[in-house]
Design a protein around this ligand. Sequence first.
Ligand code: NAP
Length: 250
Amino acid sequence: MAKTAIITGGSRGLGAAMAKKLGEMGFNVVLAYHSASSEKLTEEVAAEIEKFGVETLIVRADVSKFEDCEKLVKATIDRFGDRISVLVNNAGITNNCNWIDITPDQYERVIATNLMSFMHMTHLVLPYMISHSSKDDQCNIVNISSVGGLTGVINQADYCASKAGVIGMSRALALEYAGKGIRVNCIAPGMIMTDMLRGVNQDELNALAATIPEGYIGGVHDIADAMEYLLKANYVTGQVLSPNGGFVMQ
Ligand code: NAP
């Protein structure tokens, strides 16, 4: 029987690529998205996943809100039962604003989406994981951080705080659940070509690429491959894997 994986922000970008990889790995995949405009995109991602012979469930949820996370987990259990094996916390947003002009609403929204949602989802899913996880049947939580969580980025103080918070949370939970069959790891992507870079023109993209030792901006498959590695790497927990073309070396 296929195991169940939940991924937040599965409509596009890194989330869509990781969701497809989860399907390829044989998981039934629950895709959460938020914007009404992403409904069709999410259905297209689900259709691609189902080609791997697994099932999907699409749930519209604003994961920055605890009650929407509860709705997402309940919908998962109603459809696939309570043996949830994988949670990928991926949904994220950015502001691009200096710390004088930014408003509390703006930075609270970033923290709620990029950090609080990870806390809500993990809090809700862990009891189900702990009820069936074992050394031979591990459960995994993969949290999407960023190189912004490892270093500073100008005009991204809220984003960097959220992403550093994700790393701290992941390490603490990795310790808390070590030896109980639950591994918790982070991926801290460098610059990856998704909608998140949509406001950047070609000249700026070229300038960004020139700052990366490997000389180019990464693709979504780089992050899906990192997720696959973490799901398979039975002895790896509490780690931060950063596919970033050498941009940041830890
Ligand atoms: P993206 O293309 O902008 O996609 C963002 C995803 O998050 C979408 O699926 C979006 O859903 C979802 N989302 C946003 N707010 C949500 C909410 N409140 N509730 C539920 N879903 C929500 O971004 P991306 O580049 O794939 O980024 C994915 C993750 O990787 C983020 O955590 C980001 O910080 C991180 N990251 C990205 C890069 C990069 O260079 N791209 C680098 C480092 C880290 P809708 O489609 O419904 O809006």
